[in-house]
Structures are given as C-alpha cells and as structure tokens.
Design a protein around this ligand. Structure first.
Ligand code: EPZ
Length: 415
C-alpha cells in the first residue's frame, strides 16, 4: 500500500513540467480501436489508469506497447474484451463501448463499477447508442450492444464528458450525420476530436454544445501528442498558493484553466502567462466561493485541491459540488488535520485561517489524495498519507516528486 510522508514546506519555487492529460489520453487510447492501422502517442504519463486502459485494449485483441513515454496501439483485430474483470478497475473502461460498436456493430461489456465519488451510471451513454440504432440488452451486470449504427440527432440530458466522448466515437463510422446537442465542452473532448480528425474523421463543433459528426467508411492511423493536464497543473498551482510560492508550470495552458486561475487570483495569488506556461506568485489569502460546473465552469476535479487552499485563507469559503453526489470525502480527513469545515448536503463551509496539524490520513479517491498531500505542505509537523487503493498513482505521474523538486518536504515512503 503506497504511503507518503509530507512535512511543513517552505515556499515552493522553481519550474514543474506539466504532464499530458490523463483524461485526454484515456479516450484517445479507446479511439485506437477505431482503426486497424497503428496509432502512435507521445509524452504519455506513467499512470495506473493508462496501464489499465492498455491492458483492456490488449484484452480486446489489440497490440499495445508503452516505451519511454511513447505508446503504440495496433488493433488489427478488435472485439469485446475477453477479461471482463479489467473493466471494473476503472470507470473510463466504458469508453471502449462506442469504438467497438462503431467498428464491429457489437460489444459485450460489463457495467463499470461506481466509485467512491458517486454511482457513475452510464444511462446517457446507452440512451445515445440506442438513438444511433443500437440494441442494448442487459443481463445482470453484463451489457450486450448490437446493431449497425446510423447517424441521428442526440440530446444529452446532462453534458456528460464520457457520454459525449463515447457517442462521438460511435458516430465517426456510422452511416450518415450525427448531431450531439448539450454536449460536454471540456478541452479533453476537443483533444479527442482533434485526434479523431487526424485519423480521418469528419467532426465540427468540438468544444461547443453542438457537435456534428459525418460518418466515414474507415479511419486510418495517426501520430499524436495529447494536451497538458489542466488538473495536474491546477493541483500544482494550489501547492504554490498554499506555500506563498513562486512557481512556473511549464506547458500549462491558460485557456484550459481560467476558472481555477481566477479563483486563485481572486484570493490574492499573482497569475501570469508567459511563453513557457503559467507563473504563480504569492499566497492565497482571501476566502473563496466555488461552484463546480461543467466546462468552462469550475472543474469538479479541482474542488478537493482548492479546498486545501481554502483552509488557509482568512475567512469563510463556500463550496458547492454540483457534479458528483459524494465528493466531500476529503473533508473528514482534512478535519483530522484541524481544518474547520462543515458539510450541508452539496454545500461545504470552510472556516479558514486555522493552522493545520500533521496527522495520519487516508486517501479515499484520486483528488482527495492530492488535496491531503497539499494540506500536509501547510500543516505543522509530519503528515502520513496512506493510499491503500493507490489512487494517487492512478492520476498523477509522480506528484510527490514534482512537489519535492519545487522544494516541498514530500516523499513516498512505501510503494
Ligand atoms: C470525466 O468523468 C472525468 N474522467 C472525471 O475525472 C471528471 O470528474 C468528470 O468527467 C467531470 O468532469 C475521465 O475523463 C476519465 P461525466 P465522467 O459523465 O465522464 C452523471 C478524475 O478525477 N452521469 O461528465 O464519468 C455522473 O454520475 C475523474 O480525473 C449520469 O448520470 O463524468 C456524474 O454525476 C473523476 N449518467 C455527472 O453526470 C451518465 O450516463 C458527470 O459525469 C453519465 C454521467
């Protein structure tokens, strides 16, 4: 079980290189199933979730290798995964549904597990596939999707990131034109569509609420480097804001991070964009109000890391989590460190300004783990972060190493 030791840290300073985005890499890997030709991806981070997705692709019959940051996938043959248990390791396994239905007209699949932050249903994915002409039969936790897909007009009741990605990937080989209304606008959607276009797909409107896909007979191979990880960058920005740091996040893109950077600058951090990325100086001082929303609103994945910052501002911060039903599990652990937080339903009231004390805390989900590591930087004394499910390694490529390179007292003490 991974364990991390974090001590009170001085001002962070220096440069951190932002990795490519986990939430862009995962759908792009799934999209590799849409062609028999080779896909080459560069600068892919070392993450458990990436390795899990590569294992799923192999289970679908594809060749998939990862070497020194480059990933090659070749799905000459591709079918439903042989090893269904792999699909329960990660929610994003649902993203093979669209590509396999598009390619084979069939996919046998198992319902992906929920996770700590919510039930994570896939009703919008299924409803959209049905609109494209698929038949969906469910027996227990097994789902069989069959049918030749035809273009259709789809309206998403909620701008689901995963449903948008799955339905775009289903539509690229469908007969005719598909319009997806109320689509998610996240940068990772735009990146997936850019990758699909590099494979020969015909997509318009990516990044808007209306995506139009004109089906084509086949897609070809492509070589691609995904976008930088705006959530890793936001997490590092929060570390700087907690320690009155002066940090350059090289590779970070301002246009992907406006909501987060506005919150930090409203709180007193100086944020500057330069040719190499984003520079942050100073401490977050003023309390914050954050309501999580679909992009371009404040991202739910940054709610926990920003809450760690809020515990050290002077006053009452108010957070409202509107995306997931159970995404405050970091609160209990932060309170063990002395944070003054009260949760009322989806509302969290954070009375800042009280010092945190190091404690033995436990990670409950990926972003909670990051928030607790950040809190340890500001806490007096030593914090021991236990991560029994290895959450941190799922979504961050050596977060403790990047923080330590900036001067933080953070290290992994047990793998
Ligand atoms: C993606 O998850 C991200 N994961 C999540 O990041 C992120 O928090 C989330 O989008 C929101 O931005 C990946 O990209 C791999 P959704 P996804 O479908 O696609 C409900 C992280 O920490 N919903 O937009 O699963 C759902 O229950 C992870 O990196 C339905 O009700 O998110 C949730 O409440 C965590 N029915 C809300 O919509 C559906 O069919 C948002 O889900 C689909 C979703």
């Amino acid at each position: 079980m991974p364990q991390y030791q974090i001590g009170h840290s001085p001002r962070l300073s220096g440069e951190a290189r932002v990795s490519t985005a986990k939430n862009a890499v995962l759908p792009i890997l799934a999209a590799a199933l849409l062609t028999q030709e080779e896909i080459i991806l560069h600068h892919i981070p070392t993450l458990t979730d990436v390795n899990n997705m590569l294992a799923i692709l192999r289970s679908c019959g594809a060749e998939a290798e990862s070497e020194g940051g480059d990933v090659r996938v070749r799905a000459v043959a591709a079918g439903s995964p042989e090893e269904m248990s792999l699909l329960r390791t990660m929610r994003a396994s649902v993203l093979i549904l669209g590509p396999l239905c598009a390619r084979n007209g069939e996919c046998v699949f198992t319902m992906p597990g929920g996770c700590a932050i919510g039930q994570r249903p896939i009703d919008l994915h299924i409803k959209g596939l049905r609109k494209l002409g698929a038949q969906v039969a469910q027996a227990g936790d097994a789902v069989r999707v069959t049918g030749t897909l035809k273009g259709a007009n789809i309206y998403l009741d909620f701008p689901s990131v995963g449903a948008t990605e799955n339905l775009v990937m289903a539509a690229v080989l469908a007969q005719g034109v598909t319009r997806i209304e109320n689509a998610a606008k996240e940068p990772e959607i735009v990146d997936l569509c850019r990758f699909l276009s590099a494979m020969g797909a015909r997509i318009a409107g990516a990044g808007t609420g209306n995506i139009i896909v004109e089906g084509v007979p086949r897609l070809h191979g492509a070589e691609y480097t995904p976008i930088p990880d705006r959530i890793e960058a936001g997490t590092l920005a929060c570390a700087a804001a907690l320690t009155d740091g002066s940090v350059l996040l090289s590779g970070a893109r301002m246009e992907h991070m406006r909501a987060v950077l506005f919150k930090l600058s409203e709180s007193g951090v100086i944020v500057q964009e330069d040719a190499r990325g984003i520079r942050l100086r100073g401490r977050a001082r003023q309390p914050m109000e954050a309501r999580t929303l679909s992009y371009p609103g404040f991202p739910t994945d940054m709610q926990a890391p920003l809450m760690a910052v809020a515990t050290q501002t002077h006053g009452l911060s108010v957070f409202l989590e509107t995306i997931f039903e159970n995404r405050y599990m970091h609160v209990v652990e932060l309170k063990r460190m002395g944070a003054q937080i009260r949760v009322e339903g989806q509302l969290a009231l954070i009375q800042g300004g009280r010092p945190l004390n190091g404690a033995h805390v436990t990670a409950t989900d990926l972003r909670a783990a990051a928030a607790l590591m950040l809190a340890g930087l500001a806490a007096e004394g030593q914090t021991l972060l236990s991560d029994p499910a290895g959450h941190l390694m799922r979504g961050y490529d050596g977060l403790e190493e990047k923080l330590r390179a900036l001067g933080a007292d953070a290290m992994i003490i047990r793998q």
